[in-house]
Design a protein around this ligand. Structure first.
Ligand code: GTP
Ligand code: MG
Length: 384
C-alpha cells in the first residue's frame, strides 16, 4: 500500500521552487503594507494641542480664536449689554439717588418721605411709586426693614413682580401661512427705522427671508435712510412712489411677500405726534389694509418709545394703544438716559410687554428684553 501511495504524494506536494516563490511573495506583501503605513503616518497632520492643555476646566466652551480663552456665554453677553445700557440709570438715576439717601440711615417716616420724592422724580410714574411705597410702609410697620439692604431687596422683589405680571412674549416673526407682518409705529425720531434695520439684520442672519416696506412716504430721505439699513442687513426694500399712500405701500409689500415666499415683512411708518388725529387715523388705515393683504396681519404692532422721554413716552403709548392694537414695546436709547425706570412705569400703566431694548446705535445694540436680567443689572449691588 505504502508503495502504491508514494507516487501520488510525490505528485501532490508542490515543487520546492513554487514554495520558495510563494514565501517570497508573502514577504514582499508584508514589506509593501509596512511601507504604505509608514508613508501615511508621516504625511498625517500633527494633532491640535489637547483642549485640556489650554484650559481643562472649561474645555466644553467654544474658544475665542483671538485669545484662546472660553468665549463668553450668551447670558454673560446679554448681561454686559444691559449693564452698559443701564449705567446712566444706575449712576445718575433713582438707583444712585436712593444709594445716597440710604447711606448710614435708619428707615423711618422721614426716610420714607424722601424715598417717595426720589421715586416720583424717577419716571416710575405715580401708580408705580404709590404701589412701591405702600408696600415699603407696610413692611416698615411690620419691622421687616431694619436696614437699607432690606429696602433694596424689597424694591427689587417688587420690580421683578411687576414686570413678571405683564408676562414675557417674544416678538412674533412667524406665521402660517406666511409672511408674518410686523408694523412699526411711534413718534418722530423715536428710533423706528434704526430698530427695523437692526431687526432685519437679526432675522436675515437667522436665515429668514425678510422684506422691508418703506411705509414712511412723507420724506424721500426717510426711504434713503431705510435703504442704507437694508443694504447693511442684506435684505430687499419695497418702496412706493414719493408721497404714495403708506397703506398702499404696505399692501403691495405684503402681496410681494406672499408671492415671493418671504417669511417676514417689516413695515416702517412715518413718525407722528400721538396727538395728531389725522395721522393717527392714517395709522389705523395702514393696520386695516395689512389685514386685507394677509389675514391676521399685522401679527405684531411694535411701538417704538424713546426712553429719554421718560413719562412722556408712557403718554404717547396710551394714544397709540387707542389707535392700533399695540402688541409690544421697543424701548430705545436706554444707553443715553438715566430714566431706565420708565420700564416699570410702562408695565404698570400700559400692561404692555417691553419686547426689545435699544442700547446703542450699532446693529447688535438691539436686545431682547429679559426682565430678570434687567432688574438684576438695575439694582446691581456691586455698584453700591
Ligand atoms: N444711543 C442710541 N441711539 C439710538 C437708538 N435707537 C435709535 N437711535 C438714534 O435715534 C435717532 C433717530 O432714529 P430713527 O431710527 O431715524 O428714528 P425714527 O423713529 O425712524 O424717526 P422718524 O422716521 O423721523 O420718525 C438716530 O440718530 C438713531 O441712531 C438707541 O438704542 N441708542
Ligand atoms: Mg424713520
Amino acid at each position: 500500500m505504502r508503495y502504491l501511495m508514494l507516487p501520488l504524494l510525490a505528485d501532490a506536494a508542490p515543487p520546492p521552487v513554487v514554495l520558495g516563490l510563494g514565501a517570497l511573495a508573502v514577504v514582499a506583501m508584508i514589506a509593501l503594507v509596512g511601507y504604505v503605513a509608514y508613508r501615511l503616518l508621516r504625511s498625517a497632520k500633527p494633532l491640535p494641542p489637547s483642549a485640556d492643555l489650554l484650559d481643562g476646566a472649561t474645555r466644553r466652551e467654544p474658544l475665542d480664536q483671538a485669545t484662546l480663552k472660553p468665549a463668553p456665554s450668551r447670558k454673560d453677553q446679554e448681561k454686559a449689554y444691559l449693564h452698559a445700557g443701564l449705567a446712566k440709570t444706575r449712576q445718575e438715576g433713582f438707583v444712585a439717588r436712593l444709594t445716597q439717601l440710604f447711606a448710614g440711615k435708619q428707615l423711618d417716616a422721614e426716610l420714607l418721605d424722601q424715598i417717595e420724592e426720589v421715586l416720583f422724580r424717577a419716571d416710575l410714574g405715580v401708580q408705580t411709586t404709590r404701589r412701591l411705597l405702600e408696600d415699603l410702609k407696610q413692611a416698615s410697620t411690620r419691622h421687616e426693614l431694619a436696614d437699607p439692604a432690606q429696602v433694596w431687596k424689597k424694591l427689587r422683589g417688587q420690580a421683578e413682580e411687576l414686570l413678571a405680571s405683564v408676562g414675557h412674549q417674544p416678538l412674533c416673526v412667524q406665521a402660517d401661512p406666511g409672511p408674518a407682518v410686523l408694523m412699526v409705529v411711534g413718534v418722530n425720531g423715536s428710533g423706528k427705522t434704526t430698530t427695523i434695520g437692526k431687526l432685519a439684520h437679526r432675522y436675515a442672519g437667522e436665515g429668514k427671508k425678510v422684506l422691508v416696506a418703506a411705509g414712511d412716504t412723507f420724506r424721500a430721505a426717510a426711504v434713503d435712510q431705510l435703504e442704507v439699513w437694508c443694504e447693511r442687513a442684506g435684505v430687499p426694500l419695497h418702496r412706493g412712489k414719493d408721497n404714495a399712500d403708506p397703506a398702499s405701500v404696505a399692501f403691495a409689500a405684503i402681496e410681494r411677500g406672499r408671492a415671493e415666499g418671504f417669511d417676514l415683512v417689516i413695515v416702517d411708518t412715518a413718525g407722528r405726534l400721538h396727538t395728531n388725529q389725522n395721522l393717527m387715523e392714517e395709522l389705523k388705515k395702514v393696520a386695516r389694509v395689512c389685514a386685507k393683504g394677509m389675514p391676521g396681519a399685522p401679527h405684531e404692532v411694535l411701538l417704538v418709545l424713546d426712553a429719554t422721554m421718560g413719562q412722556n413716552a408712557v403718554k404717547q403709548a396710551e394714544q397709540f394703544q387707542q389707535a392700533v392694537q399695540v402688541t409690544g414695546i421697543a424701548l430705545t436709547k436706554l444707553d443715553g438716559t438715566a430714566k431706565g425706570g420708565v420700564v416699570l412705569a410702562i408695565a404698570e400703566a400700559l400692561r404692555l410687554p417691553v419686547k426689545l431694548i435699544g442700547v446703542g446705535e450699532k446693529m447688535q445694540d438691539l436686545r431682547d428684553f429679559d426682565s430678570q436680567l434687567f432688574v438684576q443689572e438695575l439694582f446691581d449691588p456691586s455698584e453700591r
